[in-house]
Each structure stands twice: as structure tokens, then as C-alpha cells.
Design a protein around this ligand. Structure first.
Ligand code: NAP
Length: 326
């Protein structure tokens, strides 16, 4: 008989009342997968967007019941036949790719062994589980897309949320001067994470700062390439995390224009995070050596996961929301 486990599942889409803790079959690994006993998981807006049926990649999801959850940290308890990069008992962390996969809000998660990284012993499961999606999104934005150089000025709009707290610290680690945009209650948090200046968006519009920034990282998607154009320096980069037909089209047009008309143009980009073990490794080392910290908004038991979803849907999280599984 298949062994059972506890998991947070939905059998239909909805705003509330659709998320349940149920006993379901434990996953079994495909040849390239591992099964991880989850110690902690973290919540991302994509989890509740999926619960509501609003997730962009909804068509790629498996049929109901869907076990939600992307990010986790835990211990490998089963290996697929072709897995050679990990052993039983290894502590690992990671995230499911954006299309079609979830399953971390459960006692056991199945994941492709090429998508995860080893968790250093000196980093706890909470800090590791907090990082994958939010941390990698900012890492890939600032390293790969914006290619931030020391001395540049990076503005992070939405600096106190899950993605923003990593963005701020990674931009600082790259040698940038960092301007954080957040509400009045989070100015101290952003300053404590290294922000050189803080803009309270309730009192001031960062778009009014003419030619001030090399990079506008619009984590929360409240601005746009046209609105941000005036505050970018020549050669400035605007990057949004919000995938839509419009943001994808603007990014594609910007890419094409930069190829046809090279020079110090302002460019627009859309980040779509990809699980990359090398990026996870790099950030785990930063956590280990105190160059980065995970900011934890709140912790919730798996049985109380609805409270965690309610909290995330307020858009008021300070850093990451954790689900304790073990
Ligand atoms: N494309 C990708 O690959 C990718 C990957 C990860 C996330 N995302 C997307 O990125 C977005 C942010 O994710 P997240 O995890 O950071 O969300 P989150 O943690 O829920 O964001 C909460 C934060 O948003 C801030 N906020 C709310 N309204 C704001 C405003 N008008 N201006 C500035 N800040 C505001 C809040 O700060 P105050 O309380 O101070 O207002 C709070 O700290 C989501 O839409 C998510 O789906 C995309």
C-alpha cells in the first residue's frame, strides 16, 4: 500500500475556503527526481494566485487535487534511479520551476535533482526555505539582466517584501548605491538591510527623481517602463517581476531595439526566475558568511496554513512567510 502524508491541497480554485490539509499518497520519484522530507517551506504570491486560479502558467498545472507550495528545505529520503549528484540524507533546498510544478506544502516533495542545491550545515532550514524563489529572482535580475556594476544606483520598488529584501542586499553586495521604496513602517527594516536612502511611497513618488537611477527594479509592479523612463539615467534598465502579455511585449520590443540601435539606450525587461543550483549555492554561501540574511515575516504550522495565505494576500509581508512542516 502507498504510504500517506499530510499536504495542503486544493480541489477547486477560489479566494478562500478551498485550501485543505488532507492525507494523500506520498510522491514517488521519476528517474531524475529526489523525494525530500520537508522541514520548512515558504510562501510566494504565486501560491495564492494559483489557489485563486489566476496564475499565468495555470494551463501547465497538473489536474486537481493540486498540492501548493514551491519553495522548501529538507532532507533527501529517496533517490530516482538516475540521480548521481546527491545521496540519501543530504540536506537540500530549492524551488519548483514556474511552469506546472508545486507540492512543497507537504511532508514530502518530489523535485528534479538538477534543480536543487545542498544546504550548508551552518544555514538553518527556515532561512534556506525562505530564499529560493524570492532570492533567485533578485539574484538573476541584478546579476544577469541588469548586470549591476559597483558604483551604480539601484532603486528597488517594493523593497520590504519577499523579493525586495533579497534585492536590496544583493545590490549592496554588488557595490551599488541602493534606494529602497517602501511604506513608512518598513523604512527601518530597509535601512538595517543596507539601503543608502529610503523613499516612503505614501509621501513621495520615486518617478519624480529625474535621471537618478541606473536600475529601477520594480518588484511590486506599481510603476512601468514609460513612467520610470524619466528617472533612469542614459543606459538605465527597468526590470519588472510581473509577467503579462504587455510586459513581455514591451521587453521583447526593447530587446529588438537594443539590437538594431545599439548605444546608451534605456531598456525594459521582464524577469522570469529559473531554478539554478549555481545561484542557490552562491546565495547559500552569502547566508553562511553573513553577507545576506533571510528576513522572516511570520511562521505558521502546516495546519494553520490558511492564516499564512491570508497574511500574504494583504501585500504587507515584511520578508518571507514560513510554513513549518516538521
Ligand atoms: N517573475 C518572476 O519570476 C517572479 C518571481 C517572484 C515573485 N514575482 C512577483 O513579484 C511580486 C512581489 O513578490 P513578493 O514575494 O516580494 O511579494 P510580497 O512579499 O507579498 O510583497 C509585500 C511587500 O509589498 C510592499 N508593497 C505593497 N504595496 C506597495 C507599493 N504600492 N509600493 C511599494 N511597495 C509596496 C509592502 O511594503 P509596505 O508594507 O511597506 O507597503 C510589502 O513589504 C509578486 O507579484 C510576485 O508574484 C515574480
Amino acid at each position: 500500500m502507498t504510504q500517506q502524508m499530510k499536504a495542503a491541497i486544493i480541489n477547486q480554485y477560489g479566494r478562500s475556503g478551498v485550501l485543505h490539509i488532507a492525507d494523500i499518497d506520498r510522491p514517488t520519484p521519476g528517474p531524475n527526481d529526489v523525494i525530500v522530507k520537508v522541514a520548512a517551506a515558504s510562501l510566494n504570491p504565486r501560491d495564492w494566485l494559483t489557489m485563486r486560479g489566476l496564475y499565468q502558467a495555470r494551463k501547465s498545472l497538473e489536474p486537481f487535487p493540486i498540492t501548493l507550495g514551491s519553495d522548501f528545505s529538507g532532507e533527501i529520503v529517496q533517490l530516482g534511479a538516475l540521480v548521481s549528484n546527491f545521496e540519501l540524507g543530504n540536506k537540500v533546498f530549492g524551488m519548483q520551476p514556474l511552469r506546472g510544478k508545486f507540492g512543497a506544502f507537504a511532508q514530502y516533495v518530489k523535485i528534479d535533482a538538477t534543480a536543487i542545491a545542498a544546504k550548508p550545515d551552518g544555514v538553518n532550514h527556515i532561512d534556506a526555505a525562505a530564499m529560493p524563489c524570492a532570492g533567485m529572482t533578485s539574484f538573476q535580475t541584478l546579476h544577469n539582466i541588469a548586470q549591476v556594476k559597483a558604483g551604480e544606483t539601484v532603486l528597488v520598488n517594493g523593497a520590504s517584501g519577499g523579493v525586495g529584501v533579497y534585492a536590496l542586499q544583493i545590490a549592496k553586495a554588488l557595490g551599488a548605491r541602493v534606494v529602497a521604496v517602501c511604506g513608512p513602517d518598513n523604512a527601518d527594516l530597509c535601512a538595517s538591510l543596507g539601503a543608502d536612502a529610503v523613499i516612503n511611497y505614501r509621501q513621495e513618488n520615486f518617478e519624480d527623481h529625474t535621471t537618478a537611477f541606473d536600475v529601477v527594479y520594480d518588484v511590486i509592479g506599481r510603476s512601468g517602463p514609460k513612467r520610470s523612463a524619466g528617472c533612469l539615467k542614459p543606459g538605465g534598465r527597468y526590470i519588472t517581476t510581473i509577467p503579462s502579455v504587455k510586459t513581455a511585449a514591451v521587453a521583447a520590443r526593447s530587446w529588438l531595439a537594443s539590437k538594431i540601435l545599439p548605444g546608451k539606450r534605456k531598456t525594459s525587461h521582464l524577469v522570469l526566475v529559473k531554478p539554478q543550483p549555481a545561484d542557490l549555492d552562491a546565495m547559500a554561501q552569502m547566508l553562511l558568511f553573513g553577507k545576506l540574511r533571510s528576513v522572516i515575516d511570520s511562521r505558521h504550522d502546516l495546519n494553520d496554513i490558511e492564516q499564512a495565505f491570508e497574511r500574504s494576500q494583504t501585500w504587507r509581508a515584511r520578508g518571507k512567510i514560513i510554513i513549518d512542516i516538521e
